[in-house]
Design a protein around this ligand. Structure first.
Ligand code: TGC
Ligand code: FAD
Length: 390
């Protein structure tokens, strides 16, 4: 089914600017023409879409809120969210590529990098000629990144980096990686590791059942010499990587609405066309209950994101508010993907319909950028003042 207009039950479009709507439409058109014809085959074959990052660069989806002087588009946070929503309507792998490049690689360089780093890397990342990865998670430390083992020593004219990162989106394709490791005092800092550095390897993770159109891998550092000018100079501590996650988690909150909408629109159209017992299955109360609940949940998620975007534009959004939106919206989307698949009966398992692909992708999305349970504990800590993690 073609990507029809978004369900807009509460006339949310009235709250958007003309620029927002134009940006959303242009990304939707691109998803329709560039992603939709290829995505099922890419996911079935567990391969990425060739030239994806350059194409995302051409449509301005990489670093939309990064200042124009560094190659970004200088857009607001709602524009960023709308772009993510349209990309994930195509596939979570497409949104993942844009999330990592924008929020996890360009964001830290823009926020914490030197002027030279911004000039050297940001324009190439914005155009998609350069692909970035973000290394926080390690084999032994996922939800608890402050216990990371990756570390670097000061060797005079360079740092010597050792350790390994796991589950890294775009690791096998990356030209650079923003890597978080501990210095000799045990403090977390960010380093920009370039593909050509000796001792840096990026083995691919095979056999995933989720995000099959995205490459995932490891970042392995075996006595890698990192020039001192590649240290991000303006942040120390876990708040460095976690600030990047605030931006990426916000984008995911919007993105997953796209996946949910794709499932909802497909199920609605199918239910109206498919006849059993002499009438369209959309005429049965059980199916209407599902469809009505999908639209209710999508509408609530849209309004949550719009207000969060406004708060973000005003620099008022708290990390805990972002956690709540990421957690709520991803669960909403995965539930809709699973339930909507049933509306299609046997056809729901086929690649020509998107539900199985979205549902499988969303298993990663509910896990990465902080698991569903971790975000619940962040909300719990925010409202009680008591840390339940340790
Ligand atoms: P805690 O003691 O609470 O905090 C340590 C320091 O960090 C500060 N902080 C934050 N700063 C900015 N934004 C946030 N969201 C922050 N959360 C905490 C905090 O103020 C403190 O600062 P300071 O100055 O006092 O030192 O830290 P903790 O060790 O107890 O851990 C907290 C916890 C569990 C919430 C956090 O570590 C967490 O969120 N864990 C989940 C890990 C995670 O999300 N990993 C994601 C990896 S990247 C990824 O998945 C990319 S997927 C990309 C894709 O393909 O789309
Ligand atoms: P664990 O932390 O071992 O958690 C296992 C289970 O224990 C979870 O259910 C969790 O909720 C639960 N748990 C943990 N702590 C607690 C607690 N205190 N209380 C209650 N329950 C708890 N990382 C990056 O750095 N960069 C990337 O680009 C990246 N891309 C990814 C791409 C994919 C496809 C996937 C699957 C992951 C990616 N990740 C990336 C890693 C991701 O962020 C981690 O998988 C995630 O943070 C969870 O860590 P873990 O897998 O080690 O699980």
């Amino acid at each position: 089914y073609p990507l029809t207009t978004l369900p807009d039950y509460y006339l949310m479009d009235e709250l958007l600017t003309e620029e927002h709507k134009l940006i959303r439409q242009s990304v939707r058109d691109w998803v329709e023409s560039f992603v939709m014809p290829k995505i099922d085959e890419a996911a079935q074959n567990h391969t990425d879409i060739p030239n994806l990052m350059k194409e995302l660069g051409k449509i301005g989806a990489l670093g939309p809120y990064i200042p124009e002087e560094y190659g970004g588009s200088g857009l607001d946070q709602i524009s960023y969210g709308l772009i993510m929503q349209e990309l994930e309507r195509g596939d979570s792998a497409i949104r993942s590529a844009a999330s990592v490049q924008s929020s996890l690689v360009m964001f830290p360089i823009n926020e914490f990098g030197s002027e030279e780093q911004k000039k050297k890397f940001l324009p190439h990342l914005a155009s998609g000629e350069m692909i970035g990865a973000f290394g926080l998670t390690e084999p032994n430390h996922g939800s608890d990144p402050s216990s990371m083992e990756t570390h670097f020593e000061d060797k005079g004219d360079h740092y010597l980096l050792n350790g390994a990162k796991m589950w890294i989106t775009n690791a096998p394709l990356c030209d650079i990686a923003v890597v978080w490791g501990k210095n000799e005092e045990g403090k977390i800092q960010g380093l920009i590791v370039e593909r050509a550095f000796e001792g840096f390897t990026t083995p691919e993770t095979h056999h995933k059942w989720s995000l099959r159109a995205s490459k995932t891998g490891e970042l392995v550092f075996n006595n890698v010499k990192v020039p001192k000018e590649n240290l991000l100079p303006n942040v120390t501590g876990l708040k460095g990587p976690l600030s990047c996650l605030n931006s990426a988690r916000y984008g995911i909150s919007w993105g997953v609405i796209g996946a949910a909408v794709d499932c909802y629109c497909t199920a609605l159209q199918y239910a109206k066309e498919r006849t059993q017992f002499g009438k369209p299955i959309a005429g049965f109360q059980l199916q209407q209950k599902k469809l009505a609940e999908f639209l209710t949940e999508i509408t609530k998620a849209q309004l949550l994101c719009l207000q969060l975007g406004r708060l973000k534009n005003d620099h008022k959004a708290t990390p805990a508010q972002i956690s709540m939106a990421k957690r709520n919206n991803v669960k909403m989307a995965i539930d809709i993907a699973r339930e909507s698949r049933q509306i299609l009966g046997g056809m729901g398992i086929m690649g020509e319909f998107p539900m199985m692909r979205h549902a499988a992708n969303l298993e990663s999305v509910i896990t990465y950028e902080g698991t569903h349970d971790v975000h619940l504990l962040i909300t719990g800590m925010d409202i009680t003042g008591i840390n339940a993690f340790g």
